[in-house]
Write a protein that binds this ligand. Structure first.
Ligand SMILES: [Fe+2]
Length: 258
């Protein structure tokens, strides 16, 4: 099992090498996604341990994590953005790369199907209707492992004004005091807000606070709490009454799921 993971990881590292150029800004953004992938693999392994998955499912979870953003590299090299809405769906781009390079050809067809289904759904606003519990498991696991690291990337890039990747990570949203009513209403209604309703950087932060309502496992809430990601977001949000109420409600929800 570990051998399969290492072999796939070697392919992945070599594949990503091909996207480094002599442009330092490009390279820092490729590096950012590479580091993100490594940390998502780590999160996926923690969740797989917590869920006591058998060795094949543990491997599937880690392979899903390793390959979930493989489409990001081609996306950035073609479009210079991570915004799917103005470029292409990076999850589906990734699956095309996996298929075209035969990356998972050593696995059973069923394991390949589970991994690709989970990758295809890792970036959709909500989990699709799905009756197959095993499919759902990998979808939930990668969505949580990914979200938990996106909190880290967002906070890191927000604080580092000079970071080359800042605009790419934060989607060039204006850093004004405004919070859009649609985003606040979604958060107060315990829903994940719509990406297209974001107008400001504060909206982006609020949308990420709302991700707590889309986390699936108590181990995920433990990781979230350990890093105090929602508390850290609260510190960089306005202190107006509706924002404080909505964020405190999210914090109470996290506490209830631990
Ligand atoms: Fe992704």
């Amino acid at each position: 099992m570990q051998e399969t993971f290492e072999k796939t990881k070697n392919w992945f590292e070599t594949y990503v090498e091909g996207f480094f150029t002599n442009d330092s800004i490009n390279n820092s953004i490729i590096r950012l996604k590479l580091d993100h992938t490594h940390r998502v693999c780590h999160n996926a392994a923690i969740l797989a341990d917590a869920l006591k998955l058998n060795s094949q499912d543990h491997l599937n979870a880690r392979l899903t994590a390793l390959l979930h953003d493989v489409g990001r590299f081609r996306q950035f090299s073609l479009y210079q953005t991570f915004n799917d809405a103005v470029s292409d769906n990076h999850a589906l781009m990734g699956i095309r790369e996996i298929e075209c390079h035969g990356v998972l050809d050593g696995l059973d067809a069923e394991d390949r199907r589970l991994i690709c289904r989970a990758i295809a759904c890792h970036n959709v606003p909500a989990l699709p209707e799905e009756k197959d519990e095993r499919s759902l498991l990998f979808m939930r696991l990668i969505r949580d492992a990914d979200k938990l690291d996106v909190y880290k990337v967002l906070l890191q890039n927000y604080r580092d004004q000079d970071r080359d990747s800042r605009n790419t990570v934060l989607h060039k949203l204006p850093d004004t005091p405004h919070c859009s009513p649609k985003i606040l209403d979604a958060l107060l209604g315990r829903k994940v807000a719509k990406f297209e309703d974001m107008k400001t950087l504060n909206d982006f932060k609020l949308l990420k606070v709302g991700w707590v309502y889309d986390l699936n496992f108590s181990a995920s809430f433990k990781i979230l709490q350990h890093h105090r990601y929602i508390e850290q977001l609260k510190e960089i949000l306005p202190t107006t009454e509706p924002v404080t109420t909505a964020v405190d409600q999210a914090l109470a929800y996290v506490a209830s799921r631990l």
